[in-house]
Design a protein around this ligand. Structure first.
Ligand SMILES: [Zn+2]
Length: 241
């Protein structure tokens, strides 16, 4: 096992102790589309030992410009099955738990209770705000990301401590046209890689995470910004706990 991760272990900030911590961590990946594909590839490569996989969707031809863990022959199959098969073929020692379900409300403690960190790879605003509510309600760390065309954003939410997604972008209705915008693979893969790096930094307690900060980038001009946010004292999601 250690030989697979020998190049990780050579890094001072990881080492054998850090690699064991990664292996003993449990991360829930919410959404197995483009972001989910990139997050899965990076978290398995980092050696996270247990991955939970949530999605209810089946693979379609239009997914294949970015959802690279799903293949042409998987079209019509469940994304949870395809993702789990990809992980097993990459490293059979990684445990996977699949939840072939659509989150409809915040009553899902049975899914998230065993995980240390949730990674938001959903593709619709409504699902993202619901996942944010779930993380706040059950006190779980959430690594949020959003992508559109050439732009990506990432932040890490620590319930009670950092602003939540609703503190930063107040949720309004009619935001759910988000997932019909265009998107390219480079935007998604960079965003997913940063989400995975956040997971690594949180597990190993490294400095300079995106807790309370929103990283945004634009691949048309390569501009990258890190914005600071404060908790919104009137945030209904934060107030609800
Ligand atoms: Zn909030």
């Amino acid at each position: 096992m250690n030989e697979i991760f020998s190049r990780n272990i050579l890094i001072d900030k990881i080492g054998l102790i850090g690699q064991k911590k990664l292996y003993n961590s449990k991360v829930l990946i919410a959404g197995l589309g483009g972001l989910g594909s990139g997050v899965i590839a990076n978290l398995t490569s980092l050696g996270i030992g247990t991955l939970g996989l949530i999605d209810f969707d089946k693979i379609e031809l239009s997914n294949l410009n970015r959802q690279f863990i799903h293949k042409y022959n998987d079209i019509g199959n469940l994304k949870t099955t395809s993702a789990s098969n990809w992980i097993k073929s990459y490293n059979p020692k990684i445990k996977t738990y699949i939840y072939n379900t659509k989150l409809q409300n915040d009553d899902c403690y049975y899914i998230i209770k065993d995980y240390d960190i949730i990674v938001d790879c959903f593709d619709s605003y409504n699902s993202k705000f619901l996942l944010n509510k779930v993380a706040i309600k059950y006190n779980k760390i959430l690594v949020h990301a959003g992508v559109s065309e050439f732009q990506g954003q990432i932040t890490t939410i620590i319930p009670n401590i950092t602003p939540c997604l609703n503190c930063i972008f107040e949720n309004t209705n009619n935001l759910d046209n988000y997932n019909i915008k265009g998107i390219i693979s480079p935007t998604i893969n960079i965003t997913a890689a940063i989400q995975a790096n956040e997971v690594l930094k949180i597990i190993l307690d490294l400095e300079n995470t995106l807790k309370g900060k929103l990283l945004t980038f634009n691949l048309t001009n390569y501009k990258l910004k890190i914005l600071n946010f404060e908790k919104n004292p009137n945030c209904l999601t934060c107030k609800s706990i």
